[in-house]
Design a binder for this molecule. Structure first.
Ligand SMILES: *Cc1c(COP(=O)(O)O)cnc(C)c1O
Length: 452
């Protein structure tokens, strides 16, 4: 029998924290394995820090979301939001599951094409599409979601010059009862702008109106906002039916479903407050089924969910660099994960846990990253056990936005590893090196030499 480790007795000052009437549980969670693979082995083979993606969690989450919608509405199509995580391996898991691609730039569009997505299964959103981007999207028969009148007029001109038709939809913004309202994208519903844009498209010779789109925001925790959005888009579809006897192919409710992460300042943990896919599906499909859209012409329901489909599948592994006491006596732990690698730490209280069994007694601790910057704080205050230099930590639910909004800063970006369905690990993105970081720098001749 192994000796039980000694735990020093501690007296902790009670910190005012988040607790419901039952109090928070006393045990301390650890994550020693991801999909059966020991964290310490992943770090030994790939270095620290290291991002990990679980293919199994992606596929399971996708299936859960698809089932929630498909059981309530017959025609559902997901399109993977590239900007949420555009590592090619990740996109391809979604494409294997049947997802189309949803892109918001020429760069993402090129990525989707290079990943093998047929042009007519790409949804092209966003306010920034160049004439070259639009020309390519028209030629490929992609769905162009028009953001503003300037883009609408550009498309009318371009399609006339090219003698080709474009498949289009408009993005609609509206009051869904949540604030702040995202009224900077698309055409407004309430002030009649969306209706005017639709009429302009209907009379434009080379524009084929395919559907209606909205993306009401992100991390939306009120499913009812989607019910309101669905009703408003359905109203527009019905008006088009009545005026033109024309039936739209799809209604696209965008993304924005919340993930289980906890927002900074939230009273309850995200795991308690995040609606389920069933909650969102119930709100959207009920509004759609209850609308006056003609039954024989019920549109396909497009969904562009990003965050909610990938957040849980991402993990960031790291190591403890040091412990130290701050001047006021508070404990701090420095880890090798900086905020530049964890962009979402600016608005989430990320869960960070040890990768090995530790003592159960915890102390109020600040967790700092390794950057030489005062803002590099992973958690300002967390009840944390003492960990030794070299011990490993895991931050979970980091799959959304961190591998696209990461910033190269002070040192190299690390590897990303995928754990496949059999528990085998694959490097899906290499770490940066001195060579990759210098490849784009150019030094003018007169600066080549110096004498010190
Ligand atoms: C970012 C974005 C999405 C994905 O949003 P999530 O909040 O990650 O679900 C979907 N559609 C559009 C147009 C977007 O800009």
């Amino acid at each position: 029998m192994s000796k039980i480790p000694f735990e020093r007795p501690v007296i902790n000052k009670v910190q005012a924290g988040v607790a419901d009437k039952f109090g928070m549980h006393a045990g301390f969670k650890t994550i020693p394995y991801i999909d059966g693979v020991p964290v310490k082995d992943i770090i030994r083979q790939n270095g620290s820090p290291c991002y990990v993606i679980s293919e199994k969690i992606i596929r399971d989450t996708y299936k859960k979301a698809m089932t929630a919608f498909q059981t309530r509405y017959p025609k559902v199509q997901f399109a993977w939001s590239y900007k949420t995580n555009y590592l090619n391996a990740v996109c391809k898991v979604f494409h294997q599951e049947g997802s189309w691609a949803e892109v918001v730039s020429g760069f993402e569009y090129a990525k989707a094409i290079a990943n093998g997505v047929p042009g007519n299964k790409i949804i092209f959103n966003g306010p920034d599409k160049s004439n070259e981007d639009l020309t390519l999207a028209i030629a490929n028969g992609s769905y162009i979601h028009i953001d503003h009148f300037d883009e609408l007029y550009t498309l009318i001109e371009l399609t006339a010059q090219l003698g080709q038709k474009a498949k289009v939809a408009i993005r609609v913004n509206m009051d869904t009862g949540i604030y702040p309202r995202w009224d900077r994208f698309g055409f407004n519903f309430e002030n009649g702008e969306a209706w005017s844009a639709l009429n302009k498209i209907m009379v434009a010779e080379n524009l084929d109106l395919m559907g209606l789109h909205t993306h009401i925001g992100t991390y939306i925790t009120t499913p009812n906002a989607y019910a309101v959005a669905t009703s408003k888009l359905s109203d527009l579809a019905v008006r088009i039916e009545r005026k033109y006897n024309y039936h739209l192919k799809y209604i696209d409710l965008g993304g924005g479903f919340a993930s289980k992460n906890t927002l900074k300042g939230a009273y309850l943990p995200g795991t308690d407050t995040c609606p389920t896919f069933d909650d969102y599906a119930e709100a959207i499909t009920t509004a759609l089924n209850d609308s006056d859209i003609q039954y024989e012409h019920m549109p396909t329901l497009f969904l562009e969910s990003g965050r909610a489909l990938i957040d849980d599948a991402g993990f960031l592994l790291g190591s403890v660099l040091a412990n130290k006491r701050l001047a006021d006596g508070r404990r701090s732990t420095i880890v090798d994960i900086g905020v530049n690698m964890l962009f979402t730490s600016f608005w989430y209280e990320h869960e960070i846990v040890p990768a090995q069994i530790t003592q159960n007694d915890t102390e109020d601790t600040t967790i700092y990253g390794p950057l030489c910057m005062n803002i590099d704080v992973i958690r300002a205050a967390i009840q944390f056990p003492v960990m030794n230099k070299g011990d490993h930590v895991v931050i979970n639910r980091i799959g959304a936005y961190n591998m696209t909004q990461w910033m190269q800063f002070i040192s190299y970006r690390p590897k990303v590893v995928l754990i496949d369905m059999e528990g085998k690990t694959h490097v899906i993105r290499e770490n940066e090196t001195h060579e990759t970081m210098n490849a784009l720098d150019v030094v003018p001749g007169h600066l080549a030499e110096f004498d010190l």
